[in-house]
Structure formats: C-alpha cells, structure tokens
Design a protein around this ligand. Structure first.
Ligand code: GRF
Length: 201
C-alpha cells in the first residue's frame, strides 16, 4: 500500500516506519512537514523518500493550509495518511475527506490526556500507568476511535524526559504493528468503531 507521512519534528516514529516499511508492506510515497527544519525530513531524505515542507504560517487561514496540504497529498494518491508527530489541528473538511484513511499516534492512554504536554499531565495526576494510543483521525482532536494502545508503568523517580523516552520506545513498536494491520486490509473504520478482522476493537 502507498502511504504519505505527515510530521512536524524529530520523526523518530517516522524512522520506525521507514525501518519496518518492507515488513509491513508500506511504500512511503512522501513525507510532508509543516516545519522546514523538522529533523524527520532529513531521515526521509536519507531513505530516498520525497519530502515537502509547507509553512502553515504563510497561509491566511487553517482552511487554506489544509487545502494546500490536501492537494499535495492527493498527488500521491495514498491508501493511508499517517500522522507521526504532526502538530497541527486539522479542519473537519480535511479529516472528513480522508475518513477511515488517516491514523495518528498520541502519547497518552486515550481518552486520558488529549492535547499537549501529556507526560507532564500524567505525572501531575499521579498516574500509575501511561502510554501511547493509535487512533483513526476524526474532526475531534485526539478523539477518533482507538485502534490500539501500549502502556508503561510510571515510576516514582520519573521525569517528563524519562517517561517520554519509555513511551516512545512503545510507540516505535505499536505504530508499525497497526499500520501493518491496515496494509493487510484487516483494520477498518466501521461507522464510529475501529475493527480488526471485522471485530470491534
Ligand atoms: C510522539 O510522542 C507522538 O506520539 C506525538 O508526537 C511525538 C512525535 O515524536 N504525536 P517523533 O517526531 O516521532 O520523534
């Protein structure tokens, strides 16, 4: 299957997808960033993947940025759009256009801690467990149907950095696994549920 990956930063999740691409039957057609300095763009170039950056600040509205993004994505006619640390809120127009084809990884055990600063918030809340979730993207920020989660124990001595590091290790395993379900045609969005082999997740 053909995928387009959207990033904004370091791209360590992108790297795990690149490293597993042949195993998970994914051809990464392009990597697109809203931040031209995203280190992930260098990772993509190293693997000879076409890259694009579109600076959201040069658009007068969120709608106009999303329209440009969508135009670019459509050039590649992808089967799946993968948000791997893409730090932009997408318009409903955009998410609805690609319903069932966009997935996102989020660093919390959703529905807990939607939005930013998830590790700090998990520590502040005294959570015993924290982790990451992969979900289908809908117009509700971090609110679409959850596909899979991976958890880590929160340790007394944890800092934001140490916790983020352990969660990222889980993300790098979880995301390729879920993408593989999708490329195998096993994972679908059915109404408001994610299903695997026809069973609600
Ligand atoms: C990850 O924690 C991901 O869950 C979140 O943003 C971070 C991106 O990290 N959406 P990286 O750019 O993949 O290293």
């Amino acid at each position: 299957m053909k995928g387009v990956v959207l990033i904004s930063g370091s791209g360590s999740n992108l790297q795990s997808i690149i490293d597993n691409a042949s195993i998970i039957d994914l051809k990464i057609e392009a990597v697109i960033s809203n931040n031209k300095d995203a280190f992930g763009l260098q990772r993509a170039q190293k693997s000879n993947t076409p890259t694009h950056s579109i600076d959201h600040k040069s658009f007068s509205s969120r709608e106009k940025f999303d329209q440009r993004l969508s135009q670019l994505i459509d050039q590649y006619n992808p089967d799946i759009i993968i948000l791997a640390g893409f730090m932009r809120i997408l318009t409903a127009e955009f998410t609805q256009k690609y319903t069932g084809k966009i997935i996102n990884i989020h660093p919390s055990l959703l529905p807990k801690f939607q939005g930013l600063n998830t590790h700090q918030r998990a520590l502040d809340a005294g959570e015993k467990e924290h982790g990451a979730s992969v979900h289908f993207v809908t117009s509700e920020l971090d609110g679409g149907p959850i596909i899979a989660q991976s958890s880590v124990e929160v340790l007394i001595e944890d800092t934001v950095e140490s916790l983020a590091k352990r969660v990222l290790i889980e993300e790098h395993k979880l995301f390729p696994k879920v993408i593989h379900w999708y490329t195998q045609g096993r994972l679908k969005l059915s109404g408001s549920n994610a299903t695997l082999d026809g069973k609600i997740l």
